[in-house]
Write a protein that binds this ligand. Structure first.
Ligand SMILES: NC(=O)c1ccc[n+]([C@@H]2O[C@H](COP(=O)([O-])OP(=O)(O)OC[C@H]3O[C@@H](n4cnc5c(N)ncnc54)[C@H](O)[C@@H]3O)[C@@H](O)[C@H]2O)c1
Length: 355
């Protein structure tokens, strides 16, 4: 059994990490939970107990929790702006780390996390759970068997809605220091899928951001971008938290010389178009939408993280992979700030958007 602990018991932890722990209870035992707000840690622990699992020990100070020698790995689900600090402390206490997306909010921090994990021979995994969505896995098989031929262009469209209540629930949301805007928070999943499947490095990015309808947050509620990839292909990003009156869709489109795939639904969970020679449909065209936009990927993601530790492999989404979508969003921010296209690689932090 892998012995884990969870740090940060807010919205995503209560909804999805609890489910992942319960459904992987044959391989994972979550022995401790921590939140600055004790009642949240208790609520999480109660969920474990109700599922007939041993009640984890409650902590309010994650540094105390990290002193425990019997914890193999920690899961970090606090606000994005403190992922770096908590990850570093965990790695320095010899814990493997599974961190929520975005893994950190500066290039330097992400590089340091990756480097320290590597040097200490510890696993660093990132929660881009949509990579495990069944339609995305189907697409992946086509990418890996070169069924598209040359990939020409692709698009990530995130047309969602986040209202005042969502931002009021937690003060950190929409701030440059702890979050970023909709591109960094909601859209990094689809941006990750776009970059992963386009399969080429970013050469240059041109981005525009706006705050259309959320004057009470610092960062953007809309972002658009054009990416020129090194191999000549082109990516388009459209990310919005302003769609009237509620979440509409999250779609990934990949267009190649010999293939077309569009995966949509509420959260890239349903094949919309599937065209290859001799194939013009796919059974996953009729999959139901998940209960939330977070989908069901945390369960296989935990299993993969467990296997990576057990077999001493890299997690499916390791630090290097987790970094790419964040860097793309940095590129959009920098470009929007300067009003110019930005050449990669870049060194950036969301704090640069504060002035
Ligand atoms: N993978 C996904 O689909 C997905 C979905 C939603 C959120 N997220 C990410 O998960 C993270 C958390 O988001 P959320 O919406 O659950 O936030 P939240 O505000 O609901 O929860 C964060 C929790 O962390 C706790 N916390 C903060 N600092 C702490 C510390 N030092 N020690 C212990 N606890 C601490 C807070 O008290 C709070 O309960 C963010 O990085 C977000 O981007 C990922």
């Amino acid at each position: 059994m892998l012995k884990t602990a969870i740090i940060g018991c807010g919205r995503i932890a209560q909804k999805k990490h609890s489910e992942a722990i319960i459904r992987n209870s044959n391989i994972i035992e979550n022995i401790a939970v921590c939140d600055l707000l004790r009642e949240r840690a208790l609520e999480f622990a109660d969920k474990m107990e109700k599922a007939d699992l041993k009640k984890p020990e409650i902590y309010e100070d994650y540094k105390q929790l990290l002193k425990r020698k019997d914890i193999d790995a920690v899961v970090i689900a606090t606000e994005s702006g403190n992922h770096y600090e908590i990850t570093m402390e965990a790695l320095n206490n010899n814990k493997h780390v599974l961190v929520e997306k975005p893994m950190a909010l500066s290039t330097k921090h992400m590089n340091e996390m990756i480097e320290v994990a590597e040097n200490k021979d510890l696993k660093l995994g990132v929660c881009f759970q949509n990579r495990f969505n069944p339609p995305i896995q189907e697409l992946r098989k086509k990418i890996e068997s070169n069924a598209f031929g040359r990939i020409l262009h692709g698009q990530a469209s995130i047309r969602w809605n986040r209202n005042r209540d969502y931002y009021k629930q937690a003060q950190w949301r929409g701030t440059w220091k702890y979050d970023g805007g909709t591109l960094m928070n909601q859209c990094t999943h689809d941006i990750d899928l776009l970059l992963w499947n386009m399969g080429s490095e970013i050469d240059e990015i041109y981005g525009v951001i706006r705050n259309f309808t959320h004057p009470y947050i610092q960062a953007e509620d809309f972002g658009g971008a054009i990416i020129k990839f090194k191999n000549g292909s082109v990516g388009i990003i459209e990310g919005s938290a302003t769609i009237y009156p509620k979440n509409l869709e999250e779609t990934l489109s990949i267009f190649g010389e010999k293939g077309t795939v569009v995966i949509g639904g509420l959260a890239v969970n349903k094949i919309k178009h599937w065209r290859f020679e001799g194939e013009d449909a796919h059974p996953y065209q009729n999959l139901p939408d998940p209960d939330t936009v977070y989908g069901n990927g945390h369960v296989p993601l935990y299993r993969d993280f467990y296997n990576a530790i057990l077999e001493n492999n890299q997690p499916y989404i390791n630090g290097q992979e987790g970094k790419k979508a964040v860097e793309a969003v940095f590129g959009i921010y920098k470009s929007a700030k300067e009003g110019l296209p930005v050449k990669f690689p870049i060194d950036f932090s969301t704090l640069e958007m504060e002035n």
